[in-house]
Design a protein around this ligand. Structure first.
Ligand SMILES: *Cc1c(COP(=O)(O)O)cnc(C)c1O
Length: 442
């Protein structure tokens, strides 16, 4: 693979797995002509609202909120303190707790539920069960379930996407199939099987599980394959997160404008979840929102794709990285080619994070706010510190003339509330061992 466009210094840092903050030189350029229209964001918001009453019927835990799939925005002053960044000059810190999203316990609830809702809607309309105006509650009736039972919905997943798609599809009566790599967490497989989802295990990495799932689905006309790398329905389910966050920020008294910048830090795997959210936020806040992705040092696939400057896929393997990380939700070697061209225009930058740092972050969050998350979900926690303390971060602030005293920092925590307590204990014990032996700083 051609990697000539890489600056040698950057390539060297990436290959030596040095944590870094990379700034995207293409940010601010127009979106490509082939970019999907932003009207699809409003379509997704409307679909999610239409389905809320049905969601409350399918999942009793959603009844109190009328079927709303949303997460709290929590002030994170104590976390800032725990990271040793206790300066009022930095504005306000929040965490956006998608680790606590109901039913699926991760950010994947946003894209995954929307994807299955859109599919169920289109099948039901095609078969005359539903018109555009009818209540979606009909879809929990026996006629709809009998119809859906003829279809299978399949997905390749390291875990969380499978949990989201599998649980939603099974709840509507689809034959739900999740293809997983053999190293995916045992408790996730077990949880899916308990919910009536078929789990198919594959050797090799996530990309191989996806390829196997896609191939099997292509062979059957009534099988719908959810493609994490290419699905617009997933992407716009994520993008719909932006409006609710805007309301939460307003409720918290946080203004976003030219003199009050908003920084958002998002853990990134294939790029769909953080990319969709960035796309949604850009539509609302334009140049006043600054989005950064956080990727493992072994799997910085969006960084590699954007820094390559190539329109052809370039993977982390192409530059000699192994894609081995404990952040199983982020262990992706090749970025989405749906999302990468959009992020080339919109993304501010990418920070990379070592596995040791993930565990230190996880511990800091537990100690400061008593929040337990999975390692992947801890990737973005150091974001505001990178902005303040690194040369690249300071250059970014200066280049854009930003007043950091009035900034709002939103750190997205993306998964963990369904992780069993003994697994959380294991994460913490590992983190404490590291803290004792090497100190908690990177
Ligand atoms: C999937 C996932 C992400 C990233 O989403 P992508 O769409 O793969 O970029 C982040 N955190 C967790 C916990 C995830 O499961």
């Amino acid at each position: 693979m051609e990697t000539a466009p890489f600056e040698p210094a950057l390539l060297n840092e990436l290959q030596s797995r040095q944590p870094l903050l990379w700034l995207n030189p293409q940010r601010g350029q127009p979106l490509p002509a082939a970019a999907p229209p932003t009207t699809l964001i409003a379509d997704a918001e409307a679909r999610i609202a239409r389905f809320a009453p049905l969601m409350a019927t399918l999942f009793p835990e959603l009844a109190p909120t009328g079927g709303l799939i949303e997460s709290p925005l929590v002030p994170a002053g104590p976390l800032r303190h725990a990271l040793g960044a206790d300066s009022s000059a930095e504005g306000a810190w929040f965490i956006k707790r998608d680790d606590a999203l109901p039913v699926a316990g991760s950010i994947k609830a946003r894209g995954g539920f929307h994807e299955v809702q859109a599919l169920a809607e289109s099948i039901a309309i095609e078969h005359g069960l539903l018109d555009a105006k009818a209540t979606r509650r009909i879809l929990s009736g026996s006629r709809a379930r009998d119809l859906f039972a003829q279809y299978s919905v399949s997905v390749g997943s390291t875990g969380n996407l499978g949990l989201s798609i599998g649980v939603m599809a099974a709840a509507l009566g689809f034959d739900a199939v999740v293809h997983m790599s053999a190293d995916a967490k045992a408790w996730k497989k077990e949880r899916l099987r308990k919910r009536g989802v078929r789990v198919v295990e594959h050797g090799g990495d996530y990309a191989e599980a996806v390829a196997a799932g896609r191939k099997e689905a292509l062979e059957s006309p009534l099988c719908y394959f959810v493609d994490d790398e290419r699905s617009e329905r997933l992407f716009f389910g994520y993008a719909a997160a932006a409006r609710y966050l805007a309301r939460q920020l307003a409720d918290a008294g946080r203004v976003v404008d030219a003199t009050h910048p908003l920084f958002v830090y998002l853990p990134c795997g294939v790029g769909g979840a953080p990319g969709g959210i960035t796309f949604g936020l850009k539509a609302l806040f334009g140049e006043h929102v600054h989005c950064f992705f956080a990727e493992p040092v072994a799997s910085p696939c969006v960084l590699v794709q954007l820094a390559s400057g190539s329109t052809a896929p370039v993977s982390v393997y192409d530059i000699g990285l192994d894609n081995c990380t404990d952040a199983d939700g982020l262990a992706v070697g090749q970025a989405s080619m749906l999302v990468s061209p959009l992020m080339a225009s919109q993304l501010s930058g990418v920070l990379t994070v070592s596995d040791d740092r993930l565990y230190a972050n996880l511990l800091a969050l537990k100690a400061s706010l008593d929040v337990e998350i999975e390692p992947s979900a801890a990737a973005a926690i150091g974001g505001p510190v990178w902005l303040r303390e690194s040369a690249a971060g300071r250059a970014y602030v200066q280049q854009h003339g930003l007043d950091m005293r009035s900034a709002t920092h939103v750190i997205w925590t993306t998964g963990g509330s369904l992780v069993p307590p003994e697994e959380h204990r294991r994460f913490r014990a590992h983190a404490e061992g590291l803290a004792a032996s090497v100190g908690i700083h990177r």
